[in-house]
Design a binder for this molecule. Structure first.
Ligand code: SAM
Length: 260
C-alpha cells in the first residue's frame, strides 16, 4: 500500500508500470555505475534500478518514507547495496560520490529549479542526469531564444548541459495525480572545450539582470554592468531584450562587462 502523500514535499508517486519501465530503460543502468536517486519515496524507481546495479545512493527528505524504504529494500537486497542519505537534497554535497556519477529521479516539482542550479555546481563530476519534471520546466530548460519559455533557466543550463526531452508522462501515471503534465529530460554535461565565460558568476549576474525585467531593453536592464554604447560596440543592439539573446551573446556581454 502507498503511504499518504505529503503536499509540502511535492509527493506524487509513480504507479504506472509501463512508465516506470520506460524510465529505467532510458536510464540504462550499468552494473558498476555510481548512481544517485533524488527523492526515492516508496521506491517505484529505486527497486528496479537496484535490480540492475551493484549499489545505489538515494537522498530522501521525508523520514517516514526513508524508514519504510530501508525496510522494503532490505527485504530484497543486501544492506551494503543501498546508501540512503536522509536530508534535503538542496543541502546535499555530491562531491563524496567521486568524479564520475549519474543522477536520476522523479523530482519534487516545488524545488526543481533550485535543485537544478545546485546540481549544476557538480557538472564536472556528473556523467548524466535523467529527471522527471513538470513539463513546463522541461520546456524552459530546452527553450530557444525568441520563445516564451526562454529564460534564465534555459541559458544557465544550456551553458553547461546538452539537454533532450525524452517523453511526456500524463498525470494518471501518478498517485495522487499532479495538476500538470510531466516530462522526462536527459542532461549531459558539455565537453570542457565548450564556449565559456571568463567568470561564471558574472554571466549569472548578467543573465539574471537581463531576465529580471523581460520586457525592458538591454540598455535598461544591464545599465549597472555595461553602458549602451559598449553593448553596441559588441555588435548587439542595446534596444533588444534579453529573450532575444543567444548564449554566445550573453557570454560576450558578461565578458565585456568585466573590462569596464
Ligand atoms: N520517486 C518516487 C516515485 O517516483 O514514486 C517519489 C517521487 S515524489 C514526486 C518526490 C520525492 O522527493 C518524495 O519522496 C519526496 O519526499 C522527496 N523530496 C521532496 N523534497 C525533497 C528534498 N528537498 N530533498 C530530498 N527529497 C525530497
Amino acid at each position: 500500500m502507498l503511504p499518504k502523500a505529503k503536499k509540502k514535499f511535492g509527493q506524487h508517486f509513480l504507479t504506472d508500470q509501463l512508465i516506470i519501465d520506460r524510465i529505467v530503460n532510458a536510464i540504462a543502468p550499468k552494473v558498476d555505475d555510481v548512481m544517485i536517486e533524488i527523492g526515492p519515496g516508496p521506491g517505484a524507481l529505486t527497486l528496479p534500478l537496484m535490480g540492475k546495479l551493484n549499489h545505489l545512493h538515494a537522498v530522501e527528505i521525508d523520514r517516514d518514507l526513508a524508514a519504510a524504504l530501508v525496510n522494503t529494500v532490505r527485504a530484497r537486497f543486501a544492506a551494503s547495496q543501498f546508501t540512503l542519505h536522509e536530508t534535503d537534497v538542496l543541502d546535499f554535497d555530491f562531491a563524496p560520490l567521486g568524479d564520475r556519477f549519474r543522477c536520476v529521479g522523479n523530482l519534487p516539482y516545488n524545488i526543481s529549479t533550485p535543485f537544478l542550479f545546485h546540481l549544476a555546481k557538480y557538472e564536472s563530476a556528473l556523467i548524466d542526469a535523467t529527471f522527471m519534471l513538470q513539463k513546463e520546466v522541461v520546456d524552459r530548460m530546452v527553450a530557444a531564444p525568441d520563445t516564451e519559455a526562454y529564460g534564465r533557466l534555459s541559458v544557465m543550463l544550456q551553458y553547461r548541459f546538452a539537454m533532450k526531452r525524452l517523453f511526456d508522462v500524463p498525470p494518471e501515471s501518478f498517485t495522487p495525480p499532479p495538476k500538470v503534465n510531466s516530462a522526462i529530460v536527459r542532461m549531459v554535461p558539455l565537453a570542457t572545450d565548450r564556449l565559456r565565460a571568463i567568470d561564471d558568476a558574472q554571466l549569472a549576474k548578467i543573465v539574471t539582470a537581463g531576465f529580471g525585467q523581460r520586457r525592458k531593453t538591454l540598455s535598461n536592464t544591464l545599465k549597472p554592468y555595461i553602458p549602451a554604447n559598449e553593448i553596441e560596440a559588441l555588435g548587439i543592439d542595446p534596444k533588444r531584450r534579453a529573450e532575444t539573446l543567444s548564449l554566445a551573446e550573453f557570454i560576450l556581454l558578461a565578458d565585456a562587462s568585466l573590462v569596464g
